[in-house]
Design a protein around this ligand. Structure first.
Ligand SMILES: C[S@@+](CC[C@H](N)C(=O)[O-])C[C@H]1O[C@@H](n2cnc3c(N)ncnc32)[C@H](O)[C@@H]1O
Ligand code: SF4
Length: 314
C-alpha cells in the first residue's frame, strides 16, 4: 500500500508490556521480542530498544512511502484518522526523516506490569497476574490459556524524570489503578505531561489517584473497562464486584465530565443481551464495543464450567 503520509508514532512512541514485547504502537499488528531479556531497569529497557530492528524497519517503510505491514490494520480499521491525529499532535517534535533516532520517546504506552486483581473471562495470563497464578496452580486451564513470558524489570521512572516533555502517556497493565501502588511518579511529573490516560477496571482506586484526577482533570482521560451490568459484570469479570465498580464510577463522575471517561465493552455472547440497557446506563460516554479477540476459549463449555467452579462465579 503506497502513501505520501508518514505516521510519526514509530519515531516518537514507545510501547512495551510485561513480557517485554514491543510494537510500533498499540494499534499495530506485530509484537516482537526485545533485543535482550536480561533483567534491567525500565529506563535501560527503553534506551536499549529505542532503535529495535523492527522499529527501524517500520520507520524505513514509511520513509519509502509504503504503509508497513504492521500498520495496515490501523489504516484499514480507522482510515487515516489516527495517523492524522498524531501527526498534528507531534508536529513540533523532531522530523521523521531518519530510521535511527537519538532523542527520547515522548508518546508512551506503559504496560510493564501485569499485576491485576481480576480474572476476566476473556483475558489471558499475559495480561493478568491472577490468571497467571490460576494456570500455574491448576494445569487444567493450560488447554486454553498458556502462561506467558515475563520480563523482570527493575522498576524505575528515570525515563519520565529525564523527559523534557511527554505529549501522551497511556497506562494500562495488568491493572494500573490499584490501592497499594505508589503514584508519586505521576504527581512529580504532571507539569510536563500533556495528556494522561488510564485504561482501568476502576475497581480499587488509590486516594492519590483521585487527588491526581481532581487536580489535573483537564489533562486526564480514563478508559473504563466494563462489559456488563450487575450479575453479568460479576460473571464476566471474576474477582470484581458490581457495587464496588459502581461506587468508584459515581465518584469519578464527580471529578471528570462524561466525555473524559470512555467505556470499553468487550462484546461476548454472555453480555450481548444487555447491549441496549448498557448504552442507556452509560449514555453520554463514548462507548467502544468490540468483540473479544484471541479468546476462543470463552465459547468452549468445558472452559466456562471450569471458570465458574474455580472462580466461584455463576
Ligand atoms: C488487558 S486490559 C488492562 C487494563 C485493565 N486491567 C482493564 O481491564 O481495563 C486492557 C483492555 O483490554 C480489554 N480486553 C481484555 N481481554 C480482551 C479480549 N480478549 N478482547 C478484547 N479486549 C480485551 C479489557 O476490557 C480492557 O479494556
Ligand atoms: S481487569 Fe483487565 S487485566 Fe485484569 S483480568 Fe480483567 S481485563 Fe485482564
Amino acid at each position: 500500500m503506497k502513501t505520501t503520509k508518514i505516521c510519526p508514532l514509530p519515531w516518537h512512541h514507545f510501547y512495551f508490556n510485561s513480557s517485554g514485547r514491543i510494537k510500533a504502537c498499540c494499534s499495530a499488528d506485530k509484537a516482537v521480542a526485545p533485543i535482550s531479556e536480561d533483567k534491567k531497569s525500565v529506563t535501560e529497557f527503553i534506551t536499549e530498544n529505542r532503535n529495535h530492528p523492527h522499529l527501524v524497519e517500520v520507520r524505513e517503510s514509511w520513509m519509502r512511502g509504503e504503509v508497513p505491514d504492521t500498520c495496515k490494520i490501523c489504516v484499514k480499521d480507522l482510515g487515516w484518522k489516527k495517523v492524522d491525529g498524531v501527526s498534528k499532535e507531534l508536529a513540533h517534535l523532531e522530523p521523521c526523516d531518519t530510521s535511527i533516532v537519538n532523542y527520547p520517546p515522548r508518546h508512551i504506552d506503559y504496560r510493564f506490569d501485569k499485576t491485576c486483581q481480576a480474572y476476566c473471562i476473556m483475558c489471558v495470563p499475559g495480561d493478568s497476574s491472577r490468571w497467571e497464578s490460576v494456570v500455574k496452580h491448576n494445569p487444567k486451564f493450560e488447554k486454553w490459556l498458556q502462561r506467558s513470558a515475563n520480563i523482570d524489570y527493575d522498576l524505575d521512572y528515570q525515563w519520565l524524570y529525564d523527559a523534557d516533555e511527554i505529549v501522551y502517556l497511556s497506562i494500562a497493565g495488568g491493572e494500573p489503578l490499584l490501592t497499594d501502588r505508589n503514584y508519586d511518579f505521576l504527581h512529580d511529573n504532571m507539569h510536563k505531561i500533556k495528556r494522561l490516560r488510564f485504561i482501568s477496571n476502576i475497581h480499587n482506586i488509590n486516594e492519590s489517584v483521585f487527588d491526581l484526577i481532581e487536580k489535573y482533570s483537564e489533562k486526564i482521560k480514563i478508559t473504563v473497562s466494563c462489559d456488563g451490568l450487575y450479575d453479568v459484570y460479576e460473571f464476566v469479570r471474576a474477582g470484581l464486584k458490581w457495587n464496588q465498580f459502581e461506587k468508584n464510577y459515581k465518584r469519578l463522575l464527580t471529578l471528570l465530565p462524561k466525555k473524559r471517561i470512555s467505556i470499553n465493552f468487550v462484546l461476548m455472547k454472555f453480555n450481548e443481551h444487555q447491549v441496549e440497557e448498557f448504552k442507556e446506563y452509560f449514555s453520554g460516554h463514548d462507548i467502544d464495543m468490540r468483540p473479544a479477540h484471541n479468546a476462543d476459549h470463552i465459547y468452549d463449555p468445558e472452559f466456562v464450567n471450569l471458570y465458574k467452579s474455580t472462580l466461584n462465579v455463576s
